[in-house]
Design a protein around this ligand. Structure first.
Ligand code: MRU
Length: 357
């Protein structure tokens, strides 16, 4: 996607290093960061310089490859795998990408491992771009259909940031929106602020502004009211982990939006590459580890000059679960790179290529 006049992706390999956009500074500062050591990769995921399930996976694949370049012994590779895997617990793409790289090189002679792993990391990256683009085209059909029926601006509500910044390019939930814009379908996006880290207000709104898509930021609790007032035509969100029965784990607050959409008869779609499907999970509600992030993310807020101000009194008790699970029964459909699926086991199992890059 373009930033100013220049085209960017969120991650690329250049001059023996991996380059990322530091998302903790956006949209106030646009800074490219170089990652070389295993610690650089671990911290960039843990501290959310890169974030969003697909991008976390791609970053981990590059991290493991670069670690192999430094030391291709199986002992080092296993240590690096475990370290990267521990960076964040919820998005399954992290394990998915690490497993792909690890399994492809573990039986090889040491000296062949680096080339194989870096090529695979590059392939995972480019595949993510293709998949997200396809998700956009499949989602476009849904928006187009709604437009043909309504014949006026389509209002779409989204939560968190599932745009190009959460992937390598295009995004998941925002990809159909970018495609609709390119196809001159009139759209407007309700952007949930997404407390506490404000991925909606900071990242999604910035992406939409850059792409000249009309948008309005709302507080997280506004969605129900907007839906009751007839101001939302459809919801599209992303996924960090999808169970085989179609339950979807996404940013905290997604579940409440899905219930409100269900109550108001508004279609609720989840856009996801199949790399977010966890083949080991029959259902999601009771089985997914929900990341608990530091309470300070709630009690302090970042200003445009990157200074943090206290907004609670000292010592206030807080809890900061970062994700929740939306049961499949509230989901109208899953928009994947293979097309639209129902959020149910028989449909999800149909995708035979799940494990392939
Ligand atoms: O905590 P984050 O910012 O990594 O959470 C991101 C989300 O919840 C996204 O909606 C999800 O990863 C889908 S992104 C394509």
């Amino acid at each position: 996607m373009k930033v100013g006049n220049k085209k960017f992706t969120t991650i690329w390999y250049e001059d023996d290093a991996v380059k990322i956009i530091d998302q903790t500074l956006l949209p106030f500062k646009f800074k490219i960061k170089k990652l070389k050591t295993i610690n650089d990769f671990f911290l960039s995921i843990k501290n959310m310089c890169v974030r969003g399930a697909p991008l976390i996976g791609v970053t981990a694949a590059f991290g493991l490859a670069l670690s192999i370049k430094r030391n291709s012994s199986i002992k080092n590779i296993e240590r690096s795998y475990e370290k990267l895997l521990s960076a964040r617990p919820t998005a399954v793409n992290l394990k998915w990408a690490l497993d792909l790289v690890f399994n492809s090189i573990k039986q090889m002679p040491d000296e062949k491992r680096w080339l194989k792993s870096i090529n695979l990391a590059k392939k995972i990256r480019s595949q993510d771009i293709n998949n997200c683009k396809k998700i956009g085209l499949h989602g476009l059909k849904i928006i187009k259909e709604k437009y043909l029926e309504k014949k006026s601006v389509i209002n779409i509500l989204t939560h968190c940031n599932a745009g190009w910044l959460a992937t390598v390019d295009w995004g998941t939930a925002l990809s159909p929106i970018f495609s609709a814009k390119q196809n001159n379908i009139p759209i407007h996006v309700w952007v949930d602020e997404t407390r506490p880290r404000n991925q909606g207000a900071l990242l999604t709104a910035w992406e939409l502004k850059n792409a000249r898509v009309p948008y309005t930021i709302v507080v997280d609790n506004a969605g129900g009211h907007l839906m009751q007032s007839g101001k939302v035509d459809l919801c599209i969100v992303g996924s960090d982990r999808t169970a085989l029965n179609g339950d979807v784990c996404n940013k905290i607050g997604t579940y409440l939006k899905a219930i409100a959409a269900f109550d108001n008869g508004i279609p609720f779609y989840v856009a996801l590459p199949v790399s977010t499907i966890d083949l080991n999970l029959k259902e999601g509600v009771s089985n997914i580890e929900i990341e608990e992030r530091p309470g300070i993310e709630l009690s302090k807020i970042r200003s445009t000059t990157n200074k943090f101000s206290k907004i609670y009194f000292d010592g206030a008790n807080v809890s900061n679960p970062a994700f929740d699970v939306t049961p499949a029964k509230y989901i109208t459909g899953l928009i994947t790179e293979f097309g639209l699926l129902k959020a149910k086991t028989s449909e999800i199992r149909k995708i035979k290529t799940l494990k392939n890059v």
